[in-house]
Design a protein around this ligand. Structure first.
Ligand code: MRU
Length: 353
């Protein structure tokens, strides 16, 4: 039990998606959940880049952490007198990791942190990389637990909440961002009911979120994405709580496709909208959401469900997998550094410089 937050972390947080064994990275294969619980072993950085691209590991903080361990794997067998020399040799591998997915800033952030640590390292540069990767993972878990308490503090007892995509232990080092707030809100008995959207087309909500919550004994009710506005109209939810892949300098937030329409519906129905993400997701170098590269994935993801084709041959499909919610539709951004209410360029700068 944690005295400051009254949250029994051992009870509410069982799953770990990324395991470092000392010489390989074990990734819980999120393409196969919930019916097959299987790990993929990565022994090199290109295998990690491929796992990030293929969504074996996914979620903004988790792909940053996996990439950091990818750098450690790239370093195995490299001979260099110091970190600066090693960095020159490792740069192509770092660039391949960075190119694995474009939208979540945590990937570039984690690689920049590994680069900085390496540039300053001496002869023990290999150990420095291991220490830095572990620190990135440990700090993410600590940030999530802190954000859980901060975000839950905004929620009135008896509230219903709706979440989108998967922002839980599966998407992070543990506990989760938006799901961390939901775990904390459940533990503190503030949240009475949790709804999760399916999150077409990859079904992170249906395949991952409700399963993850079930592992921790938290009941969640699944809805079709298209049921969200109707749900809000019934008065059953007081907060929409989502994660983020990139938060811009003015509070505009990129997150899983469908988040923007939830924010519009929430504002229309007087439902509050909360974004929860570690400061590693804040990108003060991107002024607004118009400058974010939105990942486009294979249109084939829209042509079927569970491997069964549901769409006639010869149909075109458009598959952007993120959208941008304007800061003006967000009531609160929660990071481990604190809560920003009604984000603007001014209060974002005050918090993040
Ligand atoms: O395509 P994904 O599954 O990697 O997208 C993940 C999301 O959009 C999450 O909502 C976001 O990364 C926050 S994860 C803590």
């Amino acid at each position: 039990m944690n005295a400051s937050t009254d949250i029994d972390y051992a009870r509410y947080d069982h799953i770990r998606p990324i395991l470092w064994t000392g010489d390989s990275l074990q990734l819980l294969d999120q393409r196969k959940l919930p019916f097959v619980v299987e790990h993929v072993e990565c022994r090199g950085s290109d295998a990690v880049a491929e796992a990030i691209h293929a969504l074996t590991v996914r979620g903004a903080p988790a792909i940053g952490i996996a990439a950091a361990w990818g750098v450690v794997l790239a370093a195995a067998g490299v001979q260099a007198a110091d970190g600066a020399q090693a960095l020159a040799k490792l740069e192509p591998a770092l660039q391949r990791l960075n190119a694995a997915r474009p939208t979540a800033v945590n990937l570039a952030w984690a690689l920049a942190r590994m680069r900085r640590a390496l540039a300053l390292a001496g002869a023990d540069w290999q150990q420095v990389l291991v220490t830095e990767a572990q620190a990135i993972a440990d700090e993410d878990l600590a940030a999530n637990r802190h954000m859980g308490a901060l975000g839950a503090g905004l929620i009135e007892a008896g509230s219903g909440v709706l979440t989108h995509c998967n922002t839980g232990s599966l998407a992070t080092a543990g506990f989760g961002t938006a799901l961390g707030v939901i775990r904390a809100g459940m533990a503190q008995q503030r949240i009475a009911k949790v709804f999760a959207g399916e999150t077409r087309p990859w079904l992170q909500g249906a395949r991952l979120t409700v399963w993850e919550l079930q592992q921790d004994g938290i009941d969640a009710t699944l809805i079709a994405d298209s049921a969200a506005a109707h749900l809000m109209k019934t008065g059953a939810v007081q907060w929409v709580i989502v994660g983020a892949d990139r938060i811009c300098a003015n509070g505009d937030t990129a997150n899983k496709i469908g988040t923007y329409q939830l924010a519009i519906a929430a504002r229309h129905h007087g439902v509050k909208f909360m974004v929860v993400a570690p400061s590693s997701t804040v990108d003060m170098d991107t002024a607004d959401g118009g400058q974010i590269e939105i990942e486009q994935r294979d249109p084939g993801e829209l042509y079927g469900v569970g491997g069964t084709r549901t769409v006639a041959e010869g149909i075109a499909a458009w598959n952007p997998v993120f959208d941008v919610t304007p800061g003006s539709l967000i009531d609160a951004i929660v990071t481990e550094r604190g809560v920003i209410l009604n984000p603007t360029a001014v209060n974002m700068r005050a918090a993040f410089g």
